[in-house]
Design a protein around this ligand. Structure first.
Ligand code: MG
Ligand code: ZN
Length: 221
């Protein structure tokens, strides 16, 4: 019985996710679902991304958070439109939340929408929101075993950001091992080594995003 309920919830989510996808396709907005654990550095990556991209593309951010608007306040300081979703304890964003929130954005004037999901390596990967791609941020301090322990999120992502690589000398973390595991789970997936404090990898990551935005703009509605 419980299994059936779960299936129905997921079925409804997938239906709304398809509606979202169609809406973003019509408006030619490239949408990225940014996932990762609490403290992985999703918001820090976003801040670096905004610094790099905000004069190059029209972007907006949807901030998923359990209770606070702390992250949205950080985004707002960069002059990029941001809308907060508080899940009131819910551990992931779902497609209906994103659909509701997107109504408050001027999609006609947008090229790029980044959705920061709730900090969680598990169920955000189970709930499509209608994004073009997903990205996962894994920080060095979380440990190199995480890809194999939480495989779905790494399989679902089109790009993996290994964040805080400046801390490798202080942590028991082999970039080679982690990257090999990630490639085993998702062969050929793009992996970028990032340090927000040292400005490393930001150009590579933002270049990837710009390419995706350009492809979406060029695609037939
Ligand atoms: Mg955050
Ligand atoms: Zn959840």
């Amino acid at each position: 019985m419980e299994v059936k309920v779960m299936k129905n919830i997921l079925g409804e989510n997938d239906r709304i996710a398809a509606e979202n996808r169609a809406m973003f396709q019509e408006k030619k907005v490239y949408v990225l679902n940014l996932m990762g654990s609490p403290g992985a550095g999703k918001t820090s990556v976003l801040e670096k991304t905004m610094e790099y991209l905000k004069d190059k593309v029209h972007m907006a951010v949807i901030e998923g958070d359990l209770f606070t608007s702390k992250d949205a306040e950080r985004i707002e300081k960069h002059g990029v439109p941001v809308i907060q979703i508080n899940t009131a304890g819910g551990c992931h964003l779902d497609a209906p939340m994103v659909q509701q929130t997107a109504k408050d954005l001027d999609l006609d004037g947008l090229d790029l929408l980044i959705v920061e999901n709730v900090g969680n390596l598990v169920c955000p990967a189970d709930f499509p929101i209608g994004a073009d791609d997903s990205a996962v941020v894994l920080s060095i301090t979380e440990g190199e075993d995480k890809p194999m322990k939480y495989p779905l999120i790494f399989k679902e992502s089109s790009i993996v950001l290994l964040n805080k690589v400046d801390l490798v000398p202080y942590c028991n973390f082999s970039l080679a091992n982690a990257e090999e595991d990630i490639d085993t789970l998702n062969p050929g997936v793009k992996i970028v080594e990032v340090s927000c404090t040292k400005n490393q990898g930001i150009e590579d990551w933002c270049g990837w995003l710009l390419q995706k935005v350009a492809e979406k703009k060029g695609a037939q509605a």
